[in-house]
Design a protein around this ligand. Structure first.
Ligand code: 13P
Length: 249
């Protein structure tokens, strides 16, 4: 039986004061919660949020990391620096990284391998564009992003990999994939993992859904056999909207 895993991706929002208030409210509101939880604040907020969530059961995540350990990489943040702050999880391959900042599968794969090498949990995001879905290519796009993102990752490290299916057309748009479509894609991604690693890892891997998850649609999405949680953007920025999602079920 897979645990539900509800994650908040705060993206490029909040000041330190706002982040501290939100993290405090989440710690209070999720005390004794029955699912797994994570928050991923922006880099400048990590040091503020780390001591607040420490020991609460809410994991601390980062939204990206460099593909190199250290060196002349202006503007990048290293996994070593993230580890130093108490970060345990890194979100990689988010569609905003892929499409706005032009990260390709090869770069994302290098980041995945480096983060796993340093003991992090990785949330690898995959998802198709609207035109890819309309052209009937959604499955092949997600398969390719999954296969290329995990190239060279061995079965032992797959325990620390979570996949987030985030259809790009559903992110921040208020449009959600229907629970049926989302579940079908999650099932497809699980079969892709099965082809790569065998049936037990495929059964065990957590696949989150992301894209306009709200308190009103969370339980319906999570009811899908293959949907094991959510990667929440906009609704994760307020305790009033994140807590009902995180406490579903
Ligand atoms: P929204 O929940 O704002 O659509 O964002 C989803 C997302 O991109 C989470 O990573």
């Amino acid at each position: 039986m897979r645990d539900y895993y509800i994650a908040g991706n705060w993206k490029m929002h909040l000041t330190r004061r706002e982040a501290a208030d939100l993290a405090g409210a989440l710690v209070k509101g999720l005390k004794g919660g029955k699912h797994r939880y994570l928050v991923a604040p922006g880099f400048t907020l990590l040091e503020t949020v780390a001591p607040i969530v420490k020991g609460s059961g809410i994991r601390l995540g980062a939204q990206n990391a460099a593909a190199e350990e250290q060196g002349a990489h202006t503007g990048e943040v290293s996994v070593l620096q993230l580890k130093d702050l108490g970060v345990e999880t890194v979100i990689l391959g988010h569609s905003e990284r892929r499409h706005t900042y032009l990260e390709d599968d090869g770069l994302i794969n290098r980041k995945v391998k480096l983060a796993l090498k340093h003991g992090f949990e990785v949330i690898l995001c995959v998802g198709e564009l609207l035109e890819e879905r309309q052209a009937g290519r959604a499955e092949t796009v997600c398969e390719s992003q999954t296969v290329k993102g995990l190239e060279g990752v061995n079965a032992a490290d797959l325990d620390r990999v979570v996949i987030a299916y985030e259809p790009v057309w559903a992110i921040g748009t208020g449009k959600t994939a229907t629970p049926e479509d989302a579940n079908a894609m999650h099932g497809w991604i699980r079969r892709v993992i099965g082809k790569l690693y065998g049936s037990a890892p495929a059964e065990g891997i957590i696949i989150q859904y992301g894209g306009s998850v709200k308190p009103e649609n969370a339980a319906q999405l999570m009811a899908g056999e293959h949907i094991d949680g959510a990667l929440v953007g906009g609704a994760s920025l307020k305790a009033e909207t994140f807590l009902p999602i995180a406490r579903f079920g």
